[in-house]
Ligand binder design. Structure first.
Ligand code: 5CA
Ligand code: ZN
Length: 412
């Protein structure tokens, strides 16, 4: 699929530190050590509704990772999928009486426009589930050869017991897995399954649903296998980071890793699994199924500066759960006008230390709030909030502009 246009990213004269990231599977901070280009897979949208603030928070979080790696001197190969055929998309299309393909295309385009407005760097490979069906079929055949697949009626299931490392991504116990599996697309109670946690690899054709021919009969891919097939094809096993919101830890990333590790024994799927916190609204996780949504496009169409939306997201540490409020947005609008005032002066407080503080903070598990604090301190010193304006650095504004843009994606 087509990705979206890239914003220009200014080059920084200094190289940032190696990037450390919290890894869900070990519950520890680890230093990423890309060999060749840093390889990142971030789970993409299911395009049946517009981009909400929760999605935007997750994609802005991992945009910071792409930028931190680039600033540390790495090239980055970034992959993102689009789940352009799945139950929620088909259900919505049926409900609103719109062709499911047209719905997916429309919402994917809206997502591209939102990402572009928020200055999120585009993936090099933006890949749909539908266009990946041949890859999915190939991967299921590998899993069959490994003895990890069985049939229930016209559906194929993956046997979680095939992976000796099952459970290592989430670190969850079986009881917790069983509770959550059913809430996140799983079918623990289906008769005929060997283990309630086994997940669908290939869903046999159903009346009124789209399907594609395959050696296993007509049908469509299961959800988890889609991301595994796309990642293995584009960046290969043992890539640097798989990322997404924390609602994907289990079953999605657990199953995806299992599929890869059973198909390619001895090779870890991703080296690090990174997860963003959940954004809530009106007291509950913002989600399409609950309908408590704040859409990026709706804010943009009411003339909200996309950089203010981005600043609200950056002010939360990416791993924390938080709640969106309009007050956060209006506060960010006020902050940006202060910052623009300071930047318009040209000269200001010494800016070199700001650059190193920002780069260090972002390389330390994407600590955007710490990076923003360094910028705020520079703004305060430059505007003389303490009564003593500092304009000792003649090129300060240009330097701060550059690091804001390159490292934080804020173009002011
Ligand atoms: N297509 C699958 C991933 S393969 C999917 O989860 N799609 S999604 O549209 O439901 O979500 C897209 C991304 O946004 C995922 O990474 C998900 O974890 C993240 N996300 C969804 N809701 C929220 C939320 N309320 N807060 C933060 N991130 C969220
Ligand atoms: Zn995914």
């Amino acid at each position: 699929m087509r990705s979206w246009p890239s914003p220009d990213v200014p080059h920084l004269p200094v190289t940032g530190p190696a990037v450390r990231l919290h890894d869900t599977s070990t519950d520890a901070h680890v230093e990423t050590k890309p060999r060749g280009p840093a390889r990142l897979y971030v789970c993409g949208i299911t395009p049946y509704d517009a981009t909400h603030i929760g999605h935007a928070a997750t994609y802005v979080a991992f945009d910071l990772l792409v930028r931190a790696w680039r600033n540390a001197g790495h090239e980055v190969t970034y992959v993102q999928n689009v789940t352009d055929v799945d139950d929620p998309l088909l259900e919505r299309a049926e409900k609103v009486k719109v062709d499911w393909v047209a719905l997916a295309e429309r919402e994917t385009q809206l997502f591209r426009d939102d990402m572009e407005a928020l200055r999120v760097l585009p993936p090099a490979h933006y890949v749909g589930a539908v266009e990946s069906i041949p890859l999915v079929v190939e991967l299921i055949e590998r899993l069959q050869s490994a003895g990890a697949v069985y049939q229930v009626e016209s559906d194929l299931y993956y046997s979680v017991t095939a992976d000796p490392a099952f459970g290592e991504v989430s670190g969850w116990d079986r009881e917790r897995m069983l509770t959550i599996f059913g809430e996140r697309g799983g079918d623990p109670d289906r008769a005929g399954k060997k283990d309630p946690l086994d997940c669908v690899l290939w869903r046999g054709e159903r009346e009124g649903e789209p399907s594609w021919p395959s050696p296993f009969g007509p049908g469509r891919p299961g959800w988890h296998v889609e991301c595994t097939a796309i990642a293995l094809e584009t960046i290969g096993a043992t890539f640097d980071v798989q990322a997404g919101g924390s609602d994907l830890v289990f079953p999605h990333h657990e199953m995806g890793a299992g599929h890869a590790q059973v198909a390619l024994p001895g090779q870890r799927f991703a080296q690090v699994y990174a997860h963003a916190g959940m954004v809530a609204f009106d007291g509950e996780k913002m989600s399409k199924s609950k309908g408590n949504l704040v859409f990026v496009s709706a804010l943009r169409h009411s003339d909200v500066d996309p950089m203010a939306i981005r600043l609200v997201l950056l002010r939360q540490h990416y791993r924390s759960d938080w709640e969106w409020t309009d007050a956060l947005l209006w506060d960010a609008v006020d902050t940006l006008s202060d910052w623009r005032r300071a930047l318009s002066l040209g000269a200001g407080a010494p800016a070199e230390p700001v650059v190193s503080r920002v780069l260090e903070a972002l390389a330390d598990d994407l600590d955007a709030p710490a990076a923003l604090a360094a910028v705020q301190a520079w703004v305060d010193a430059t505007l003389g909030a303490d009564g003593l304006a500092d304009t000792s650095d003649r090129d300060a504004a240009a330097t701060v502009h550059r690091v804001l843009d390159a490292a934080l994606g804020l173009s002011l």
